[in-house]
Design a protein around this ligand. Structure first.
Ligand code: NAP
Length: 303
């Protein structure tokens, strides 16, 4: 019997399998394209010819494939071979909370235990302290899997019994990263147009990261308390700054789509009466999208 089976040896699955082997575990592996299995057999893994054999090799099965459709296709093959019942599936493929809940229910209907997780790391970080993996599902199942999963990421975190919550939090983090990546690239384009070194810009922003960390904690707290009135910077003033960025970008020949989008969202918040709120109050127009327009509660205007 193996300590853990890894289904999928793509970029991320390979990193997971390497980290598990490095931790001294007995690892069984399977990949659709068999040539990827050979290197792992040379490194001490048990190479399996089909996914049912890989799942049959032990109780704990880590899945890391392109998407849930691929995962379902593979797991149906395992179920058809009567090898799914009694296994503990840890699904680390990226997806949505709805997909996680659907797969959890499907696994239960085949008498398999199920945890769902999300990886926030590059493959090269897997097994190290920077790698983060969040996991949701039954606490007892997490407690069973954690001693093995801890070899994959220094930041292994259980986020609760709702099996969809790991993917929900990953979607929330992805929303942040989308702004982060485009925002940094917009800034780098401005630097290049001004003849500045983008590596220096990266260093400067990294030095500011403790401030961003504090702001994220502050924003999370303020939003949870719905208390936006003690503003050090207001939605109206942030909108003014971002709107200036449209002109700055345009003058330098840099694309203006991102600052326009950001300024328009802040403007909507001001139009709906939240101009005097602090910056995190912009959530008022985001979480109400498609629903009734919220009551206007102050009349702050841009000077
Ligand atoms: P990848 O290198 O493209 O590997 C995809 C894997 O899925 C391969 O093992 C591939 O098998 C397999 N696969 C695809 N369709 C299949 C099917 N129908 N049946 C069986 N196997 C199938 O992707 P990756 O980077 O490893 O990503 C895997 C998961 O990790 C994704 O959900 C991704 O979002 C997530 N993730 C990746 C990163 C990253 O930086 N790479 C970071 C965080 C999360 P073949 O080898 O036969 O093609």
């Amino acid at each position: 019997m193996s300590d853990v089976s890894v289904i999928g040896l793509g970029r991320m699955g390979s990193a997971l399998a390497h980290a598990l082997l490095a931790s001294g575990r007995d690892v069984a592996v399977w990949n659709r394209s068999p040539e990827k299995v050979e290197a792992f057999v040379a490194a001490g893994a048990a190479g399996m010819l089909n996914p049912a054999a890989a799942v049959a090799a032990g109780r704990l099965v880590v899945i890391c494939l392109s998407d849930y459709a691929a995962s379902f296709a593979v797991l149906r093959e395992v179920a058809a071979a009567n090898e799914l019942a009694g296994r503990l599936i840890v699904q680390l493929t990226s997806g949505t909370s709805a997909e996680a809940r659907e797969m959890s229910a499907w696994a239960a209907s085949h008498e398999a235990a199920y945890l769902d997780g999300a990886i926030s790391a590059w493959p090269s970080q897997i097994g190290g302290p920077e790698a983060a993996i969040i996991v949701s599902g039954e606490q007892a199942l997490y407690d069973e899997a954690a001693p093995v999963l801890t070899s994959l990421a220094g930041g292994l975190t259980f986020v609760g019994a709702d099996v969809g919550h790991a993917k929900a939090l990953f979607s929330a983090a992805l929303a942040y990263f989308a702004g982060h990546w485009i925002g940094f690239a917009q800034g780098a384009a401005i630097c290049q147009a001004e003849g500045l070194d983008t590596a220096d810009f990266g260093q400067m922003m990294a030095r500011l990261s403790p401030m961003f960390a504090a702001d994220m904690q502050h924003m999370g707290r303020v939003i949870a308390e719905d208390g936006f009135s003690a503003a050090e910077s207001t939605i109206a003033s942030v909108e003014r700054d971002i709107r200036r960025l449209i002109g700055v970008s345009s003058d330098l020949g840099v694309e203006t789509a991102f600052p326009r989008l950001a300024a328009d969202i802040f403007q909507r918040a001001r139009d709906e009466g939240f101009g005097g709120y602090e910056h995190s109050g912009v959530i008022k127009v985001l979480r109400n999208a498609g629903r009734a327009v919220p009551r206007v509660i102050d009349d702050a205007v841009i000077a």
